[in-house]
Design a protein around this ligand. Structure first.
Ligand SMILES: Nc1ncnc2c1ncn2[C@@H]1O[C@H](COP(=O)(O)OP(=O)(O)OP(=O)(O)O)[C@@H](O)[C@H]1O
Length: 329
């Protein structure tokens, strides 16, 4: 018998949850191709190692951008590779697959994701909106008649949703999340220190010394890059408060989007959110000071999920089981 699988098809990482086993695959969403023959040379972790280090005839690409499929063929090849690697196909049967997508994915994009999964060897393919899956994975009982709110801050998108009775009551998906914070840091260092730093350095700065709340963290880091004026290698010292300054506007954009969602919900659900609070998930939930920042602006309790990076993948498995057991869809 084929084993059912849930896929968190993320901008940064792909996580796969296999029925009865849990999360068995967690690899970067990267494909390396030979530019002449267009042949796929490596996928996932192997391809990620090649980013920034490829000779002219090899290109490492990210098939997903801003939470949606930017390159359909490559997404399909990446999914096929991962599904084959897991060896979940049965002798005669194909695995049911649940994939999650951001809330405002268009019909055409949804069709593209579904086709990619079918062509990759999937049997019945279900699509679920990412915040719903994330909420289930974070342990919220979304099937009860009360409002639950979840904010999933990933690499490409921040998905904000209020759920009740198993469905989304109000939601928004904005294309500002972890990747944008990295580019904010790169721009800040360029403008204030005339220093060009790479994507990986910005990611380290964000995680190791970054904060989204002024004064909440007091760390500093020696940051190395290439001087813009003379082209020579240079080191500067960056502080947590400077990172806060760099990412301030982007964090405000996520808060404004959250306020807009809160502004359109029925009063009973608003009362539930005051009681139950907001759950933060996705890699961005690990940003220093984020719970305090959100509760200061939104005036409701904010809780960080205990497993923010795995919630969507865990939720795919739980929801797939729920769908199959209830004979739904
Ligand atoms: N400790 C941390 N502090 C701050 N940010 C972090 C931390 N760990 C991971 N991140 C960020 O979380 C993001 C990835 O999160 P996640 O895996 O939830 O996204 P994704 O599902 O791949 O993206 P999307 O949902 O947009 O498709 C990256 O931008 C990464 O830099």
């Amino acid at each position: 018998m084929a084993k059912d699988i849930g896929i968190d098809l993320g901008t940064a990482n792909v996580l796969i949850n296999v029925q009865g086993k849990g999360i068995v695959l967690n690899e970067p969403s990267v494909v390396a191709i030979d530019t002449k023959s267009e042949r796929v040379l490596a996928v996932g972790s192997e391809a990620y190692k090649m980013v920034g280090r490829t000779p002219n005839n090899i290109r490492a690409i990210r098939p997903l951008k801003d939470g949606v499929i930017a390159d359909f063929d490559m997404t399909e090849q990446m999914l096929s590779y991962f599904i084959k690697k897991l060896n979940v196909k049965g002798f005669m049967s194909k695995p049911n697959i649940l994939i999650c997508c951001p809330t405002n994915t268009t019909d055409i994009e949804q069709k593209a994701i579904r086709q990619a999964a079918e062509k990759s060897g999937g049997g019945k393919v279900y699509l679920e909106e990412e915040p719903k899956v994330a909420a289930v994975g974070a342990g919220l009982d979304i099937f009860q008649p009360h409002g639950n709110m979840v904010i999933d801050i990933g690499g490409g998108t921040s998905d904000i949703a209020i759920l009740s009775l198993g469905d989304i009551v109000a939601s928004s998906s904005v294309k500002v999340a972890g990747d944008k914070l990295n580019s904010d840091i790169i721009n800040y260092v360029r403008q204030n220190y005339n220093l060009h730093i790479g994507e990986h350095t910005a990611e380290r700065i964000k995680i190791e010394i970054g904060t989204v709340l002024k004064g909440h963290r007091q760390k500093e880091m020696n940051v190395r890059g290439r001087g813009i004026m003379d082209g020579l290698p240079k080191t500067i010292i960056l502080t947590s408060d400077e990172v806060e300054e760099a990412v301030h506007d982007t964090m405000l954009a996520i808060i404004v989007a959250t306020k807009e969602v809160l502004g359109i919900i029925p009063p009973e659900i608003a009362a539930d959110i005051i009681d139950r609070g907001i759950v933060l998930t996705g890699g961005g939930a690990l940003l220093d000071g984020i719970d305090e920042l959100f509760s200061n602006h939104l005036k409701v309790p904010v809780v960080i999920s205990t497993t923010p990076l795995n919630d969507v993948a865990n939720g795919t498995g739980m929801l797939l089981e729920h769908i199959i057991n209830s004979g739904k869809k």
